[in-house]
Design a binder for this molecule. Structure first.
Ligand code: XIL
Length: 356
């Protein structure tokens, strides 16, 4: 076929599809016997029917990819900056704040009518050298932490739904992780951080966030005890974020729903905040089917617990997943593949949310 003939045919096909789409759009009169189906509701719309959100993380470098940003803007109603609000990005030199990365994502979310889960204020990782390259007295470090939290939270005041105030505070056995913060300030840094964040934005929901706390176990027990203690002392804590970086080879956290429920009973919100389900590569049809079952089950678990407020995937496409770089030999962890095509996991989530 000659090139311009083929182009004409493609053009005619596209026009026919557009016509079909318009003919069945909202408010249009479908002609009798018309077969084309109306636009599918998005994950966000489906989640909203249950009073939940469905979110995605994103990161600044990938925002130049217009096919990517189109889906990001359409399918989700909550956005988390994957890196742009971390300490190394926001205070690269002491007292020199840089809001460009975070602002770019907040502005994009706002233009798409999406809310923002802000991430993260106090963590042991991705800290600037000026902070980790010297020793601090407790008084010095407390002042540094307070200033960082209050400056950043004030900057985003009124623009974000929630903050992951402290990230990854515990070890697997439920003991406190020996971070700069813990070693210098003791366990009280967590309550201090929550109080300082609350002063700076009284409306933001304040979370503690961690991985490997999806199931009931030593690490989630540590959060349960801490959350109970903080609530008893009227420290402003609103929720627990379960990152849910799952891996097929380690098994599904079967007690997820019970675990969410026990936090709800403490009067706390919960959220699945960084979901991905990685696998040993290569991905096979069988592994992708199992992955879909896990996405279905974790979605159903959140819907089953009233105060599980929503689910965020740690980016939505394998094209921009952090997994291959951090877990060599693993990947294919997200509901869309590297070509932005929906995978079985995507259809499983839709179905679990009550879609078709
Ligand atoms: C990851 C980002 O996705 C990567 O781009 C970055 O290089 C490292 O951090 N738990 C968290 C997230 O709370 O902040 C991490 O994000 C993934 C694990």
């Amino acid at each position: 076929m000659r090139r311009n003939t083929r182009l004409r045919l493609v053009g005619a096909l596209a026009a026919a599809l557009v016509t079909a789409g318009l003919a069945t759009g909202p408010g249009a009169q479908a002609s009798p016997g018309a077969q084309a189906s109306p636009r599918q509701p998005t994950l966000a719309e489906l989640a909203q029917r249950h009073g939940r959100y469905f979110g995605s993380a994103t990161d600044n470098p990938e925002l130049t990819d217009t096919a990517y940003t189109a889906l990001l803007g359409d399918e989700f109603d909550m956005i988390t900056p994957g890196n742009g609000m971390k300490w190394y990005a926001t205070e690269p030199q002491q007292d020199v704040f840089d809001w460009r990365y975070g602002d770019q994502i907040v502005d994009l979310a706002r233009s798409n009518h999406q809310r923002v889960r802000a991430h993260t204020l106090v963590w042991h990782s991705q800290l600037p050298d000026w902070l980790t390259g010297r020793t601090w007295t407790a008084d010095e470090l407390r002042a540094v932490l307070k200033k960082h939290i209050q400056t950043e939270v004030r900057h985003y005041r009124g623009k974000v739904y929630s903050w992951d105030v402290v990230n990854e505070a515990f070890n697997e056995d439920g003991s406190y992780r020996e971070t700069l913060w813990y070693q210098t300030l003791g366990p009280g840094y967590i309550a201090d951080a929550l109080r300082w964040a609350h002063q700076a934005d009284p409306h933001a929901k304040l979370y503690l966030n961690d991985y490997n706390i999806e199931a009931v176990g030593a690490k989630s027990d540590a959060y349960y005890r801490l959350a109970k203690d903080l609530k008893a002392r009227h420290v402003p804590l609103d929720g627990i974020g379960l990152q849910a970086h799952l891996a097929l080879q380690y098994g599904y956290p079967a007690s997820l729903e019970d675990n969410l429920r026990r936090f709800s009973r403490l009067g706390l919100d919960t959220a699945l905040t960084e979901v991905d389900v990685r696998m040993l590569l290569p991905a096979t049809e069988e592994k992708l089917a199992q992955q879909a079952d896990w996405y279905r089950d974790l979605t159903a678990a959140c819907l089953a617990v009233r105060r599980c407020v929503g689910i965020t995937v740690w980016d939505y496409t394998d094209k921009y997943s952090w997994i291959p770089a951090f877990f060599p030999g693993e990947g294919a962890a997200l509901p869309w593949d590297e070509q932005l095509r929906p995978k079985p996991a995507y259809f499983a989530i839709r179905k679990a949310l009550g879609g078709r």
